[in-house]
Unconditional design. Structure first.
Length: 343
């Protein structure tokens, strides 16, 4: 079915919000978002929600509620690294969340996240935190929440419901959470999650998929192989690594299902690039030829990210089209991709 450029924005945003709700509710957020079946990456999910959750205030606040209970499982250093590597552009909001959570035993951890951006100067005009789907700011009532205002955000009073639960370890999508609980919040847990969902792994590819530095992956794999439970696999001049699934049976859910893998940092970064384009108010006023040119430019950035996220993702035949035909084809392919993520 053809999608008009005029309604693409709303369909795209709602599809992404549905995906975020599904992943958060699978992790233990209170709500009705269905259930995710691929391994969830909580670090990438935090970043994506700081971009798209600004169009769904309840989702954003439920994320904060979840972080109050389960924030220990976030890899703060990796969040900072992903922010630098991919174009999420939400440093100031991430810093605000870090400052908000800097209390108690985990003060030092969250303080590192708060260093992603400086508080704004006193007297700076505040930016609305939440927007409606059409791009207009959400109506604001009462005084600005002071902790958000410190970082330049205008939002109403923050009242968390305290209804989030720890992730269910029996759900296949929560594999990474379980591994971080067992082995610590570090690269080794993420490496094992990758190996348990692939036949084998080549260190450079694993680094690309997980968002860690190649040297970190290479050194960790070399040390993990000393356990006898991570097995080197020579492939020509390359050295791959694999695990014997039977040796890790205790980590499998009771139903025996193992989740699929998606490189969520790259996927959400790609969606962020597209969202920035469709947010441009001047784009809708441009001619179809100019719109098509802008879309092709952005897709030149998006397609490599999608290929890193999932090598099977191919957006077909877009370079051969121009004008309105190009716009419709690109937008249909993007929505098809989002629809496939809902399965």
């Amino acid at each position: 079915m053809k999608t008009s450029p005029n309604n693409f924005r709303g369909t795209f945003l709602q599809s992404l919000l549905d995906l975020l709700w599904r992943q958060w509710t699978t992790l233990g957020v209170s709500g009705h978002g269905g259930q995710e079946h691929r391994v969830i990456d909580p670090d990438a999910l935090l970043l994506a929600t700081c971009v798209f959750g600004r169009y769904e205030p309840r989702l954003f606040d439920e994320m904060l509620d979840w972080l109050e209970v389960n924030g220990w499982c976030l890899n703060v250093q990796r969040v900072r690294s992903l922010l630098k590597r991919y174009p999420f552009g939400c440093e100031r909001l991430i810093a605000c969340i870090g400052a908000l959570l800097s209390k108690g035993a985990e003060t030092a951890k969250w303080r590192r996240l708060s260093l992603c951006a400086e508080p704004v100067k006193s007297g700076t005009d505040l930016e609305p935190l939440f927007y409606q789907g059409d791009g207009r700011p959400q109506p604001m009532f009462g005084q600005p929440e002071p902790r958000f205002a410190q970082y330049g955000w205008h939002r109403g009073n923050l009242e968390l419901r305290g209804m989030s639960q720890p992730p269910n370890p029996e759900l296949p999508a929560n594999l990474l959470f379980c591994l971080r609980a067992l082995f610590g919040v570090n690269a080794r847990a993420d490496i094992l999650a990758y190996l348990l969902t692939h036949q084998d792994g080549h260190p450079p590819e694993m680094a690309s998929q997980t968002g860690y530095f190649p040297k970190t992956i290479q050194m960790s794999l070399g040390e993990m192989a000393c356990s006898g439970k991570i097995h080197p696999v020579p492939k020509g001049r390359e050295k791959h690594y694999r695990v014997d699934a039977a040796e890790w049976a205790l980590l499998r859910p009771q139903d025996g299902l193992v989740s699929g893998w998606v490189g969520w940092p790259q996927f959400f970064a790609a969606m962020t690039c597209i969202w920035r384009l469709v947010q441009n108010p001047q784009l809708a006023k441009a001619s179809p030829a100019l719109q098509a040119a802008e879309w092709q430019k952005v897709m030149g950035q998006v397609q490599p990210l999608l290929a890193q996220s999932d090598p099977s993702v191919i957006l077909k035949g877009l370079n051969r089209l121009t004008g309105t035909a190009c716009l419709q084809a690109v937008q249909q392919e993007v929505l098809r991709l989002l629809s496939s993520q809902a399965r």
